[in-house]
Design a protein around this ligand. Structure first.
Ligand code: CP
Ligand code: NVA
Length: 301
């Protein structure tokens, strides 16, 4: 593993190894307290963040490394200086680059031109650190992730695309339920379905909310991702049947609720579900750090 740009680029074994390492680091953090000693990580964020920024910063610290946050939140990389020059210059000093960008192409360019590992901290296409933490959270609840039945409901976005690849590699079953016109990218769906087939899993897409039935966990995310200028008032009625509420949880028979956060309470999910029994949202948030630390140790340790 040279970079961590997408779950799609992993083999099944690499994904399982990352999950196992994350559990080890979580269980015995003191054994990894010097894993990144003398290493510096630069974080470049074009978009806002709470969880990703804080969990990387504190996580790197817990591994004995040092991190530097470069605030790009006022605009895309490549305006003052080309992405290529960003990558080559940062590679002179840093041991790794963690980047959150509007375009996935920017992250690929950082990896192409830089000489140090690049970690995707969210792009328009993927959120691999999130998916890794999510499968870690599910692995803590369920013995065998190949038997997992996961439903993602709402907007087909970066988070859903990374989850599809994770489910595919694990040989799990995933149902993606979206309003018409809001499915994940067609190319990513075909790729995820191809990988799922190789591992005995299945990715099914539908607009039918009744397809929630018979799943272990229901996952949703914001209906409007960062960088999307759609007004909520324009889509609210169309998305309303896809809200995760108590009724939908009961219909699914799902024990667990998941959301990457930030959530819009009362929009894509009700308070009752967010704060109710079976909500894994804080496990997911906590596990961001352990999952990312496993990535850092694998790439730099
Ligand atoms: N889930 C997640 O990536 O949260 P932030 O946008 O706050 O980093
Ligand atoms: N899909 C969301 C995830 C935020 C963590 C977004 O891209 O804004």
């Amino acid at each position: 593993m040279k970079h961590f740009l997408s779950i799609k680029e992993l083999t099944q074994q690499q994904l399982l190894d990352l999950l196992a390492l994350a559990r080890k680091i979580k269980a015995k953090p003191q054994e990894y307290s010097q894993a990144l000693k003398g290493k510096s990580v630069v974080m470049l964020f074009e978009k806002p963040s709470l969880r990703t920024r804080v969990s990387f910063d504190i996580g790197i610290n817990k591994l004995g490394g040092h991190c530097l946050y470069l605030d790009q939140q006022n605009g895309a990389l490549g305006k003052r200086e080309s992405v290529q020059d960003f990558a080559t210059n940062l590679s002179c000093w840093a041991d790794a680059i963690v980047a959150r960008t509007f375009s996935h192409g920017t992250i690929e360019q950082l990896a192409k031109y830089g000489s140090v590992p690049v970690i995707n901290a969210l792009s328009d296409l993927y959120h691999p650190c999130q998916a890794l933490a999510d499968f870690l959270s599910l692995a803590e609840q369920l013995d065998d992730l190949s038997k997992l039945k996961l439903v993602y409901i709402g907007d087909g976005n970066n988070v859903s695309q990374s989850l599809m690849y994770g489910a595919a590699l694990l040989g799990a079953r995933m149902t993606v339920i979206c309003p018409a016109g809001h499915f994940p990218d067609g190319f990513e769906v075909t790729e995820a379905q191809r990988i799922a087939k190789q591992h005995g899993g299945e990715i099914v897409l539908t607009t039918d909310v009744n397809a929630v039935q018979g799943h272990d966990a229901i996952y949703t995310d914001t209906w409007i991702s960062m960088g999307d200028n759609t007004a909520l008032t324009d889509i609210r009625a169309k998305f309303a049947p896809y809200q995760v509420n108590r009724e939908l949880m009961n219909q699914a028979g799902a024990q667990y609720f998941m959301h990457c956060l930030p959530a819009h309470r009362g929009v894509e999910v009700t308070d009752e579900v967010m704060d109710g029994e079976g909500s894994l949202i804080l496990d997911q948030a906590e596990n961001r750090m352990h999952a990312q630390n496993a990535v850092l140790v694998t790439l730099l340790g």
